[in-house]
Ligand binder design. Structure first.
Ligand SMILES: Cc1cc2nc3c(=O)[nH]c(=O)nc-3n(C[C@H](O)[C@H](O)[C@H](O)COP(=O)(O)O)c2cc1C
Length: 215
């Protein structure tokens, strides 16, 4: 199963890469094989909860030029349905970039292990359960999220990774969160196609109910 997922993720990266390289853009449903992934392991829902996320508004694959990023829409559903606070990992580094140059830049950042700066900060000690969300960029979270991981110690907390994507599902995100925080309880992960989020509130709600929220 893991091998199959890896092959699918790689295939998607190639599709995204083909789109990035300016060849004929693939239609959204070419990525059909990866279904929504949701773990329904119940979590303790009574501590203070935070959603930490990064999301890129602007020109993107499949959805075009969007005013609100796909992952932000999911983060907003989570806050609305659970009462969780939010910390948005924000950088102006990618503002106004077209999709292809952004793909090239993100690939370079990942290859070089760059850690782009983000704005502001958060009192993380106040939170016991943290949803961690972002788009999949080249198979895992964008590098700016790794900047966040390098600055905040989330060991000992319950961490719930989620992604939006166009075929990679969770990609390597869960593995990378576990690697960043080996002593955290990483559980309950969820992924959703970016082009589905605007009509996908019920799907998010079902996932959250499976975790024990809103019962
Ligand atoms: C730089 C870049 C790289 C991407 N790489 C992948 C990828 O490897 N796999 C995938 O399924 N989707 C990939 N995508 C698509 C995004 O994951 C998807 O559109 C996501 O929903 C965007 O979320 P956002 O609007 O919150 O940023 C990529 C998009 C960009 C801009």
């Amino acid at each position: 199963m893991k091998a199959l997922k890896y092959i699918l993720a790689s295939a998607v990266c190639m599709l995204v890469s083909t789109a990035c390289s300016g060849s004929k853009k693939n239609e959204a449903n070419v990525n059909e094989p990866v279904q929504e992934e949701a773990q329904t392991n119940a979590v303790t829902t009574d501590g203070k909860t935070l959603v930490v996320f990064f999301s890129h508004a602007g020109d993107n694959y499949s959805v075009g030029d969007i005013k609100v990023g796909n992952t932000k829409i999911v983060a907003d559903y989570i806050s609305e349905l659970t009462g969780a606070d939010q910390f948005e990992i924000k950088t102006n580094k990618y503002d106004g970039m077209a999709y292809k140059p952004l793909c090239d830049l993100a690939k370079k950042e990942q290859a070089n292990g760059e850690l782009p700066a983000f704005e502001g900060g958060i009192d993380i000690d106040a939170y016991e359960t943290i949803f961690i969300g972002g788009p999949v960029w080249w198979g895992t979270y964008p590098q700016v999220m790794f900047t966040f991981f390098s600055k905040y110690d989330l060991n000992g907390k319950t961490l719930i990774p989620f992604t939006t994507h166009e075929g990679s599902g969770l990609g390597n995100c869960v593995k990378d969160v576990k690697k960043a925080y080996p002593k955290a309880n990483v559980t309950g992960e969820f992924s959703m196609y970016g082009h589905d989020v605007r009509s996908g509130k019920a799907t998010v709600e079902k996932w959250l109910k499976g975790l024990g929220y809103g019962k």
